[in-house]
Design a protein around this ligand. Sequence first.
Ligand SMILES: [Zn+2]
Ligand SMILES: [Zn+2]
Length: 353
Amino acid sequence: MYIRKRYKKNLYLDMEEKKFGDRNNQGNYIPKRRVSYPPVFVWPLAPFQALKWIFSIPGYFLPWNLFYVGIGLISWFALSPPLEDYANLTIITFALVFMKNSGLVLIFYGAFHYRLYIQRAQDIDFKYNPKWPLENSKNFLFGNQTKDNIFLTFCSGVLIWTCFEICILWFAANGYLRLISLDESMLYFIAMILLIHLWRDLHFYLIHRLIHFEPLYKWAHKTHHRNINPGPWSGLAMHPVEHVFYFSCALLYLFFPFHPAFIIVTLVHAGLSPAPGHAGFERVKTDKEKSFDIDSYAHYLHHKYFECNYADGILPLDRWFGTLHDGSEESFNKMRARLAKKNQKKFRAKTLS
Ligand SMILES: [Zn+2]
Ligand SMILES: [Zn+2]
């Protein structure tokens, strides 16, 4: 009620927020910038623009890609037990790896949540949905969206992530998989590490389309979609079956000679990147007149409307397959027409059977 009044009376005057978007009558924040893709997978080719984008900020490397690569490398080279320890697994190795991954999640997700949802340091400036997450709803475990999300994140998400990590490294430590050494294959190492982002984008799109297939959606993915108004902890709040699909991105390396760091960087990317992607805010403010983009609008629209923006990254898969919602009214109308057609087909199939 308070929020509606605030917008209807046009009392909302934050200049930084207005610079990047506007609010509709319901108080929802609509960014001016449309969801778009970098000039890489375009026809005709645009090699100069592509190169410029790769090395600019924001671009392919900076800020997020190199951040996850850096955390992944620290996680393997400084925080993980040596590879030999994975050959004969003990409960201590499992506990150490689980605590390492839990620590990363707690710090990263916790930082977004603390700043935006506990301190409420920028109130609802840049928050897409002006309401805060539900604290008394029977849709969520413990009747609370954030507590439900945190429970699923650690008790299923980090646990399944850790199982993937330990199982693959067990096979590697016991000599069942082909490993490379850093001294002999430095270039291959760097190239593979830098391509992880692309592989993750493709894998996420494929499994996401798969779990929107109705039986799988009802069984597993609807747990994640209870978060219509997401917050950082919604990112890894999934059904265990979805976690198995989601972290299976690390299995790619079974088909190539690899370094253990590839597995860890891939899993760290999968484990941490959902936090900004689900923050529920367009930008994070660092002071009254400064803010940075966290690139979360495309996936926010997916949580709001379900049937659009299945991909979340730099591959223009939604554009290619006709499911892109760029935030414009035109996109919204296209999505509505697509859904009406789909429902008509379903209705016809039901009445004919
Ligand atoms: Zn999501
Ligand atoms: Zn989905």
